[in-house]
Design a binder for this molecule. Structure first.
Ligand SMILES: N[C@@H](CCC(=O)N[C@@H](CS)C(=O)NCC(=O)O)C(=O)O
Length: 203
């Protein structure tokens, strides 16, 4: 059986097991407490030299890391990963956007505000810039979704999963979502997809 190394509440981990749930792929979930450094032990670094979850262990003992790569591995050949060349590129476009312009701000603000007891002076100093860049990513999404139901070709797929993971919990990073009606409507459409599970799902 596939094994998913994960941390409760992680949006990056959630992307992986949300897709697996929707595809009906059985998996074993292994909790790694990142707050206790459990992804930085020599044993974990053997699995993922980058010391992070999500990490997927295949049945032959191969390890795969980076949520986007794991999503593509799992979704290849299914309706979640388009076969059309341009649709694949557009899916990657939004997934790269998520990793470069969205997750580093929205997920980081959420982690600091929702998971940490107290911010360091450096984190406090960086927070306004993180929030500003997070809002810039939300602005891009809002504009795109104003005339669309899903990110690529009006079909729910990997780009939606990748962006949903941290967007729907952006309020936990104290992002005010009241000015984002198109994102809010898209969030509801994602939640309504067959096999959807919540990030708060108890294993
Ligand atoms: N780009 C990576 C980011 C993974 C990531 O940042 N994981 C965090 C939890 S959400 C982590 O494992 N942090 C622990 C650490 O850095 O020690 C992905 O998409 O998988």
């Amino acid at each position: 059986m596939l094994k998913v190394y994960d941390f409760t509440g992680s949006g990056n981990g959630y992307k992986v097991w949300l897709l697996m749930s929707q595809l009906g792929i059985p998996f074993e979930r292994i909790e790694c407490d990142i707050l206790k450094g459990e992804t930085r032990t020599p044993a974990f670094l053997e699995k993922n030299p980058n010391g992070r979850i999500p990490t997927l262990e295949l049945e032959d003992g191969t390890f795969l890391f980076e949520s986007g790569a794991i999503l593509w591995y799992l979704a290849e050949g299914t309706a979640f990963a388009p076969s059309d060349r341009l649709a694949r590129a557009k899916t990657l476009q939004w997934m790269f956007f998520e990793q470069y312009s969205h997750e580093p701000y929205i997920a980081v603000a959420r982690f600091w505000k929702h998971f940490l007891d107290k911010l360091t002076a450096e984190q406090e100093a960086n927070l306004p810039d993180i929030m500003k860049k997070g809002y810039a990513a939300l602005d891009v999404m809002e504009k795109h979704l104003a005339t669309r139901t899903f990110f690529v070709d009006e079909r729910y797929g990997l780009a939606d999963i990748a962006l949903y993971a941290y967007t729907h919990v952006a309020h936990e990073g104290e992002f005010d979502m009241s000015n984002y009606p198109s994102i809010t409507a898209w969030t509801a459409r994602v939640k309504a997809q067959p096999g959807h599970v919540s990030i708060e799902h108890k294993f």
